[in-house]
Design a protein around this ligand. Sequence first.
Ligand SMILES: Cc1cc2nc3c(=O)[nH]c(=O)nc-3n(C[C@H](O)[C@H](O)[C@H](O)COP(=O)(O)O)c2cc1C
Length: 286
Amino acid sequence: MILISTLTPVFVAVLCVILACMWKSWHRSEESPPERSGAGKGTESRPWVDEDLQDDTEISGKENEEDDWAVAETENLPHIPYSPARYPEDKMLERSEHFYTFLNQRRSVRFISPEPVPREVIDNVIRAAEPWTFVVVADAETKHKIREIVEQEEEINYKQRMGDKWVHDLRPLRTNWVKEYLDTAPYLILVFKQTYGIMPDGKKKTHYYNEISVSISCGLLLAALQNVGLVTVTSTPLNCGPQLRVLLHRPANEKLLMLLPVGYPASDATVPDLKRKDLEDIMVFV
Ligand SMILES: Cc1cc2nc3c(=O)[nH]c(=O)nc-3n(C[C@H](O)[C@H](O)[C@H](O)COP(=O)(O)O)c2cc1C
């Protein structure tokens, strides 16, 4: 009896140590990142790279090893000299001021004139933004079908999906689910990201960082439109992507990122009187 009562605290202490060890090892395995490309196959794990690549590229070593994925054959790609224009410092300053002033005039415009815009201008604007898939819709019937899909979904978005806070935050912009510009704009440009490419032999090609890349393209597209005096509004209609993809006969590897109505601003167009942030509010200089 005496022996048992003397040993009980020892048993409890040993039990606590065992439980603590078990908890620690379980917790450690929970924290360690899941294996991705290359990890566990003799190659070094690169969690910082692998995490960044996770923008729908859905890259995994396993997937890319499958037979239907192409391997880039660019070993013999020649490298050629590159020497773009170089300006004296005063010229650089002048150009940077001009470019800033010009881009600072860009605004999202939701009132677009039906006036026709030369097709060649749109071709060049898209050349400036390439690559990816830019579906340009000029056909009135297709534009109207797009409007019907967007308005139907946007009405549900505003009334149900977005929630009170989001709808309240948008109030200063005076937007709602009615999108007249989808009929009036001479062109609708629908930008699709390609989550992977398809080679002529049918094999899939990994598109690294596809979401970031296509977003950069959209920025260039906006600047190119501004450069020719056209306007747009970067619209991202929630829940419309799959229906618009089907309507426009786009393949399954493409996902709608942005819908841009493009044209001249209507003569009575207005924009919300938003103020840009000061440089001190956006730039951290170290
Ligand atoms: C990623 C992104 C998505 C947007 N989506 C929409 C949208 O679905 N509908 C809309 O009317 N405006 C949309 N906008 C436009 C913003 O409302 C607009 O850019 C913002 O009010 C600032 O105005 P500005 O572009 O004139 O400077 C979007 C803008 C961004 C950057």
